[in-house]
Design a binder for this molecule. Structure first.
Ligand code: GRF
Length: 272
């Protein structure tokens, strides 16, 4: 008898509350997320996302970046680091400290932690790695480990309408700038800071009596919808990525229901 196609498998990386993870868990339980959350990882032991995963019986791990940092630097100091950190430093675009030795220490710590993350993730054989409030830089080592054969396999959700307001404070920066519309972005991760190819974006109005909390609450409602939708599009083979010789990229979504989906996101935040 023919078997039904097996569902896509994802790893979700969190650092904190994990409400995006919870939205995925709920949608998965409701049968509207076309992927299994195979494993959840955090860079810190107190991330509530780990508890959420545990409650949903999803394997959950902490790779404690704090302790990995010192250990990575120690292994490098002993000359035993298994990755060429000089070459990595030439490729990386995020650590900007002019002190080369300090950059190398940071890289050693990050890569040491990433190797452990990858060891765990790979034992679950996932199709995509989804950053969902994962507040660590990812190095070219991690990106190269998952982006093989021309495919991109790491996703991120960013709380602003990229390329505006990259960095860790998307909602605060959008509101403080006086924007009248804010937005959220799901993108493939590349070696820059929130610069990877954009897959989906949605916008919400910022109203006269708003504050940062209201703006964040409105944006998060969109995050929950859009991230799951992107995973479903990937699962359905609806995400096409063109890469041009000059380095530009463009993602097209070929879902026949694309326009209806966009309209539904707009109704979700209708100011009326
Ligand atoms: C979200 O706003 C996400 O866009 C950003 O970090 C936040 C994580 O929230 N990268 P949560 O942990 O999913 O509640």
């Amino acid at each position: 008898m023919p078997q039904p196609p097996s569902k896509m498998r994802i790893a979700v990386l969190v650092s904190g509350g994990g409400t995006n993870l919870q939205a995925m868990i709920d949608k998965s339980a409701a049968g509207v997320l076309l992927a299994d959350i195979a494993v959840v990882l955090s860079d810190r032991p107190d991330a509530y996302g780990l508890t959420r995963a545990g409650k949903a019986a999803i394997p959950a791990y902490c790779v404690d970046y704090k302790s990995m940092k010192a250990e990575g630097a120690r292994i490098d100091a002993e000359g035993k680091f298994p990755v060429d950190l000089d070459e990595l430093d030439r490729r990386q675009k995020i650590l900007r400290n002019p002190d080369g030795a300090e950059r190398r220490r940071r890289l050693a710590g990050l890569v040491h932690a990433e190797r452990e993350m990858a060891r765990i993730i790979d034992s679950y054989q996932v199709d995509y790695v989804c950053l969902a409030g994962f507040m660590r830089l990812v190095t070219p080592w991690f990106i190269g480990h998952y982006n093989t054969g021309g495919a991109r396999r790491i996703l991120n959700i960013h709380p602003a309408l990229l390329p505006s307001f990259p960095g860790q404070h998307g909602y605060e920066d959008t509101f403080a700038y006086g924007c009248k519309w804010g937005g959220i972005t799901v993108h493939f991760v590349d070696e820059g800071e929130d610069t990877g190819p954009i897959i989906a974006q949605a916008v919400y109005p910022i109203l006269p009596d708003d504050d940062t909390d209201k703006v964040r609450a409105r944006g998060l409602q969109l995050e929950y919808e859009v991230y799951s939708q992107v995973i479903n599009w990937l699962s359905g083979g609806f995400v096409i990525l063109d890469e041009f010789p000059d380095g530009r990229t463009r993602v097209s979504v070929t879902d026949p229901a694309y326009r209806e989906t966009l309209k539904s996101w707009m109704h979700l935040v209708d100011p009326a």
